[in-house]
Design a protein around this ligand. Structure first.
Ligand SMILES: [Ca+2]
Ligand SMILES: [Ca+2]
Length: 462
């Protein structure tokens, strides 16, 4: 589920009236030996991610996990004050995230600065994990994400003023000033760089990258946080295509104009555990793409990555059948440029699924789609054959005929393929001229090579 598009039912909390009496806090009487060197040495967003883990529960549970409850961690108070109150909850989250180095005590605003916080003065500078203190004890909440203008998603405890329950993400309009001030307690990983975020439940993923031109993004770095723990934090490795030795750079495919994202957190094999998928390209004239999927290995308690090459055709993630796993609707990139020029190549249908860390070609399970695809390539072949391109010569239709043949072989119609290829040869459709003839040979060579390839690639079954 992509956060920006998620149909989360937000609770509109902006404008909920608070009275000083309802949420007023006494300063917790807690003395903590601060290890200043560790202050802020963590990702600021972890404050929000950790707080979100307590949504729907008593805010004091964070204090229990932090070992902060009174009477040997059994009471409902911290320092004699309600453990599920808004500020106590935030303090306990800070204590957890900072590894026991930050617990603001004292006056409401100064306390955050005293333990290494930095004040954020403009709403537009607010970032995930920033803490907003509203008045002297009125309310304390954590920024989770930006929605629009000065409206943010937030998480907080006791926002209704009575239940001490953690709520969020819900909307709040933030107006900073003397009575409402914001503080950043952690570190922002890549302030000058762009990022994508996706995830739901315990798994959240981030993709950071540098923008070097319009829609050109380089140096992707992926971070996966599972149940508050950073389990992956690595530069995305480049890709080495099987057919040559050149290592190609890994760039995110992100394009704001098409709302295209590179990062998807989704349960791809329907086993209840979400995978993290990054879609990448090496740019150039052909929009060659591949996916890098991170799968959580429960036994090893770490993520294992695997890669699938999509090439020019790319893919669409679809739900094509009753199997709960999504399907990758794609086409065979191996046909691209193999039997005709790049621009006059067709590619037969492919459908893939992902099971236990492996992609499986399940194209043959979709005969209707294959038939439609075959019909498409046949129509292209019929409409283009016999035409000539000015200055080049006769139109090269071998690429489209090859894609049709691939689809037909998937349907088990080998005899029809042989007949059609033979007819095309006799009609002169497969004759090419000039450099194409030098590179790819005559009609008989084409047919021989096409059949040999389809046999090796599993299209023709003996
Ligand atoms: Ca899964
Ligand atoms: Ca499915």
């Amino acid at each position: 589920m992509r956060l920006a598009l998620a149909a989360i039912a937000f609770i509109i909390a902006a404008g909920v009236p608070y009275s000083d009496g309802m949420l007023a806090h006494a300063s917790p009487r807690i003395d903590v030996a601060l290890a200043a060197s560790r202050t802020g040495a963590y990702d600021n967003a972890l404050i929000a991610d950790t707080a979100l883990k307590y949504v729907g529960r008593w805010g004091g549970e964070a204090c229990r996990d932090a070992g902060k409850l009174d009477n040997g961690n059994t009471a409902r108070t911290v320092g004699g004050y309600g453990a599920g109150q808004c500020r106590t909850f935030v303090n306990c989250i800070l204590w957890l995230v900072s590894g026991g180095t930050q617990y603001p005590t004292g006056t409401y605003f100064q306390s955050f600065l005293s333990v290494g916080g930095k004040e954020i003065k403009k709403e537009s500078d607010l970032s995930k994990g920033d803490i907003v203190q509203w008045g002297n004890g009125l309310h304390t909440y954590i920024i989770v994400g930006h929605l629009h203008d000065d409206v943010f998603n937030v998480v907080d405890s006791n926002s209704d003023g009575k239940s001490e329950t953690v709520a969020g993400p819900h909307q709040r309009k933030v107006v900073l000033g003397t009575r409402q001030r914001a503080f950043r307690m952690g570190r922002i990983s890549a302030p000058a760089r762009a990022a994508e975020e996706d995830g739901s439940g315990p798994v959240r993923a981030y993709l950071y990258y540098t923008q070097t031109g319009s829609y050109i993004y380089t140096h992707p770095r992926v971070q996966i946080i599972r149940s508050g723990q950073v389990l992956v934090d690595e530069p995305v490795p480049p890709y080495r295509p099987a057919y040559n030795t050149t290592v190609q750079p890994a760039w995110p495919v992100t394009a704001p104009s098409t709302k295209r994202h590179s990062l998807t957190v989704r349960d791809l094999d329907a086993d209840g555990e979400p995978e993290v998928m990054v879609e990448l390209t090496w740019g150039g004239a052909h929009h060659v793409t591949w996916s890098r999927v991170y799968r959580y290995d429960r036994a090893k308690r770490r993520y294992l990555a695997s890669v699938h090459f999509w090439g020019d055709p790319g893919f669409e993630l679809k739900q094509l059948n009753r199997d709960p796993r999504p399907e990758w609707l794609s086409a065979d990139p191996r046909f691209q440029g193999r039997f005709a020029c790049e621009g006059c190549s067709g590619v037969p249908l492919q459908v893939w699924t992902y099971r236990a860390g492996r992609w499986q070609d399940i194209t043959r399970a979709f005969p209707t789609r294959i038939r439609n695809d075959a019909a498409h390539w046949w129509r292209v072949y019929l409409s283009e054959r016999g035409k000539s391109v000015p200055g080049v010569g006769r139109n090269d239709v071998r690429g489209w005929l090859a894609a049709w043949a691939g689809d037909e072989e998937l349907l088990g119609r080998h005899r029809q393929v042989i007949t059609a290829l033979d007819r095309a040869r006799r009609r002169g459709d497969l004759a090419v001229e000039g450099i194409e003839l030098d590179v790819r040979g005559n009609a008989s060579t084409y047919i021989r090579q096409l059949l040999r390839f389809m046999r090796r690639a599993g299209y023709i079954r003996a």
